[in-house]
Design a binder for this molecule. Structure first.
Ligand code: PGA
Length: 252
């Protein structure tokens, strides 16, 4: 039995005032004993405020981390800094970071190692472009991303992290993958994990879908056997829609 995860990715949205309003509204509504793992990945400026106010069943994540321990890297944030403010999760390798901030598979791998060293749970994103999908090369593309991201990790480390399959063409476009497309690719990723780390790890690891998830499509996606939850951008920005997603996942 894999515990479902709903992780909000706020991207570059929300001032401190807006973030506080959100967390108060969500804390009131997320049931204390809810078995869904509810995570909010927020901008660095509000992480400490959110950690201080997180409800019993809400956890806070960052959206990026630097691969080095410390040093002259102006503007960057280390895993030690995140751990020290009480953050539990970190998104790594989001396609927006790969595309706009030149994040390579090698960097993604180093960031995962560095996060695990500090006890952070990486939410590792993979996903193909529209041209890969249309050329029928989704599977080899995603497999290569998974292999490179997890290079050098042991089974226990892999089992504890979270993968997110996010087809680039579905992110922020309103064009969700069909339930079947999402489930098939996630099943393929799970089979890749089985090949690399064995069936037990593949059965344990949570693999989320991300890309235009909203209150209208969440139930269909979660009804699929391989989809363990969602990484959500747009629909995570309002307490009402975010809470509906958490509620849908609690029925999985
Ligand atoms: P979206 O973003 O839900 O707005 O498509 C998902 C993501 O980028 O993680």
């Amino acid at each position: 039995m894999r515990r479902p995860v709903i992780a909000g990715n706020w991207k570059m949205f929300k001032t401190r005032d807006e973030a506080l309003q959100f967390i108060y509204a969500v804390n009131l509504e997320v049931p204390k004993k809810d078995y869904v793992e509810t995570v909010i990945c927020a901008p660095a400026t509000v992480l400490r405020d959110l950690v201080k106010r997180q409800g019993e069943n809400v956890r806070i994540g960052a959206q990026n981390v630097h691969e080095q321990t410390e040093g002259a890297f102006t503007g960057e944030i280390s895993a030690a800094m995140l751990e020290n403010v009480g953050v539990d999760y970190v998104i790594i390798g989001h396609s927006e970071r790969r595309q706009h901030f030149s994040e390579t598979d090698e960097k993604v791998n180093l960031k995962i190692h560095q996060s695990l060293r500090y006890g952070l749970i990486p939410i590792v994103c993979v996903g193909e472009s529209l041209s890969d999908r249309e050329a029928g090369t989704t599977e080899p593309f995603v497999k290569n991303q998974v292999i490179k991201a997890l290079n050098g990790l042991g089974s226990t480390q892999v089992e504890a992290l979270i993968l997110a399959y996010e087809p680039i063409w579905a992110i922020g476009t309103g064009r969700t993958a069909t339930n079947e497309q999402a489930n098939d690719t996630i099943a393929f990723i799970r089979a890749t994990i089985a090949e690399l780390y064995g069936q037990t790890v593949a059965d344990q690891i949570r693999i989320l879908y991300g890309g235009s998830v909203n209150t209208g499509n969440i139930e269909g996606l979660l009804a699929e056997p391989h989809i363990d939850g969602a990484l959500v951008g747009g629909a995570s920005l309002q307490p009402k829609s975010f809470l509906s997603l958490v509620k849908a996942a609690s029925e999985k």
